[in-house]
Design a protein around this ligand. Structure first.
Ligand code: WTA
Length: 608
């Protein structure tokens, strides 16, 4: 645990000479094949960390632990709803990754090729990610809740050579089929050369054509030896799509060197990691948290990582507590949405289990309400575990603002900027806001975990660094208190956070207007007790179409099949026209204020 004095000293040094600071971190966290020539090359708006450095991410996540004699240490523990439990140690994980890497190579996959992974949270998902990293292919994981349409869009954008899926995933006692979704997504996409399918049943999978191949038929015959590709620090490790304020999700690109250094170092600090920790982050690799803090960070650190395919409250509301007790979890990292759900069931369920193994708790994804924070502290942490509230984004690669264990905790307030992270809260003119006044949260300089590009859309990348001045625009509102603690107040753009899942209102609106019979649409968010926020759509129909409940259900189903169920507006209201400015821009602000019973504010620009 760190004291405030120690923290302030390291922070001051890191800001004074960030390059020296990060060079030291990079040297101590990662094993490089070749050391870098230059710590940072920054020619606005482009930057690269550890220029000339050579490494392989999986060498750091696997080989170096095996070489250090930790081959028999458990790397992953997998659990599911049916009480199935599988473990794999570092040595065997390494062998499986090598075999699958050789399998991918045998299919002609080369450095720089894109591989789409559409799988549930199983050990094979992690093997697939690491195998790509081993041979230098760029993986892009798509959350298994996304629709065929969303998957297809990503496959097209990436020109993915390979898609990897599984027959199904388990959700609340039901099998949710994935293979048919993947098949539909890649139908007629000729650039997809193979669909690799993890068959989760004993009996044979039916393959619909020769493009499909079984995961283990590919893996089993291969050699256990596969030399990791020597990657440049600046070579992409993965691409992850995320929603923004524009109509289409963007592919955030993360580079190998900077990302790996940053993910491991932030993990170590945020959770005060000890080498024997049993570590459980409840995220899915379909999201950035699953990349940085389920896969790369903890494996680079050589931890025993628990992965659970399932939800918090199935089969019973005490499911997660049961797992913490059974596996003696030391570090538990989850989202406010999950905590709100657990709190609603009540603390009786926590009390049925021995949670005393827990040492550090964490939270990510949304602002945590102070009541939920206190409940987490009291009933899950038994008033003895620090809570690391961690603010960060897909774009930032790792934690940026957090409360490190040992520092003063302020429930609901994310905390202090991490080492080397130079933040400011500014207004539209770029001026810094006084203490306790709301403004845009920006980062003044590049850090090692920062995105390196947007796939096929460098203009969008540049936009991050030029929205207001030459700083990284996070899209969040925040305030800073007299101690320098930063409280996140939610998004300043049209991005909505539903149960910790990002979705752009523009993305949903674009789809609504593509629905037959809808002329115009506007989407707003409303506060939601469990999910944080939920969507409401205002829809203008063609004059000959009647807005009724059947139509509402059809529209909802349409959004679900085009994106995913979390993006479906729970409420749809049919109206005759939308409020607009004289230049024709929809004034969502007015819709929202009216909906929430607030003052609608200045209406001078309103057309009608
Ligand atoms: C929000 C998730 C408050 C924020 C890692 C950010 C948070 C967006 C916190 C990024 C937190 C994330 N407190 N808000 N601790 N963590 N957010 O890209 O609005 O899925 O911009 O990354 O989540 O979401 P993303």
């Amino acid at each position: 645990m760190i004291t405030n004095k120690q923290f302030q000293k390291i922070y001051a040094e890191s800001i004074q000479d960030p390059e020296k600071f990060w060079a030291n971190v990079a040297e101590t966290t990662i094993e490089w094949f070749q050391k870098w020539d230059k710590v940072l090359n920054w020619e606005f708006p482009n930057y690269q960390w550890f220029v000339g450095g050579k490494l392989n991410a999986t060498y750091n996540c696997l080989d170096r632990h095996v070489k250090a004699g930790l081959g028999e240490k458990t790397a992953l523990i997998y659990l599911n709803e049916n009480n199935e439990r599988t473990t794999i140690d570092y040595q065997n994980l390494s062998k499986q990754v090598n075999k699958f890497s050789n399998g991918l190579k045998s299919l002609g996959v080369k450095k720089g090729d894109r591989v789409l992974i559409y799988m549930p949270l199983v050990i094979e998902q992690i093997i697939a990610m690491l195998a790509c990293a081993r041979i230098g292919a760029i993986h892009s994981v798509v959350f298994a809740g996304f629709s065929a349409n969303a998957l297809r869009e990503r496959a097209e954008s990436l020109k993915a050579k390979i898609v990897i899926t599984a027959t199904w995933t388990l959700r609340r006692g039901k099998k949710k089929l994935l293979k048919p979704v993947a098949e539909e997504a890649i139908k007629d996409l000729e650039f997809v050369e193979k669909l690799i399918v993890l068959n989760r049943d004993k009996n044979e999978t039916s393959f619909i054509n020769e493009r499909e191949i079984d995961f283990y038929d590919l893996l089993n015959p291969q050699s256990e030896i596969c030399e990791g590709e020597v990657m440049d620090s600046g070579d992409p490790l993965f691409i992850l799509y995320t929603s923004g304020s524009t109509g289409k999700p963007k592919g955030i690109v993360h580079n190998t060197g900077g990302f790996l250094v940053y993910a491991q170092y932030t993990l170590e600090n945020a959770f005060n990691i000890m080498s024997d920790d049993i570590y459980w982050c409840t995220a899915d690799p379909g999201w950035i948290t699953g990349h940085s803090y389920v896969t790369y960070g903890p494996l680079a650190k050589g931890l025993t990582v628990l992965i659970v395919e399932g939800v918090p409250d199935y089969p019973k509301p005490d499911n997660w507590y049961k797992i913490i007790e059974q596996e003696k979890v030391n570090i538990f990292y989850t989202s406010p949405t999950a905590l709100r759900m657990l709190k609603k069931y009540g603390e009786e369920y926590c009390k049925q289990h021995d949670l005393s193994s827990l040492r550090i708790l964490g939270t990510v994804g949304e602002p945590i309400n102070p009541e939920v924070w206190k409940w987490y502290y009291e009933f899950i942490g038994n008033k003895k575990c620090p809570i690391a509230d961690t603010w960060w984004q897909t774009e930032t690669g790792g934690h940026m603002i957090m409360t490190l264990p040992g520092l003063e905790e302020k429930p609901g307030v994310a905390g202090l900027p991490f080492y080397g992270i130079d933040v400011a809260i500014i207004n539209q003119a770029g001026e810094e806001m006084p203490v306790n006044e709301k403004g845009f949260l920006v980062i003044k300089k590049p850090w090692p975990g920062a995105l390196s590009d947007c796939w096929n859309n460098s203009d969008r990348f540049i936009q991050y660094w030029s929205e207001i001045g030459k700083v990284f625009f996070t899209g969040d509102f925040a305030i800073k208190d007299a101690d320098g603690y930063i409280q996140i107040l939610g998004r300043s753009d049209d991005v909505i956070n539903i149960s910790g899942h990002r979705i752009g209102t523009a993305e949903v609106e674009n789809l609504l207007v593509s629905f037959n019979g809808i002329v115009e649409a506007a989407v707003i968010s409303k506060p939601d007790e469990l999910k944080g926020e939920r969507l409401k759509a205002f829809v203008v129909l063609k004059s000959n179409i009647k807005g009724d409940n059947v139509l509402k259900l059809d529209i909802q189903k349409y959004i679900k099949t085009k994106i995913a169920s979390f993006a479906v507006p729970e409420e749809i209201e049919f109206i005759s026209s939308l409020p607009k400015t004289r230049s024709g821009k929809i004034m969502r602000r007015i819709l929202k204020a009216k909906e929430l019973g607030q003052d609608v504010g200045d209406l001078t620009t309103l057309e009608d």
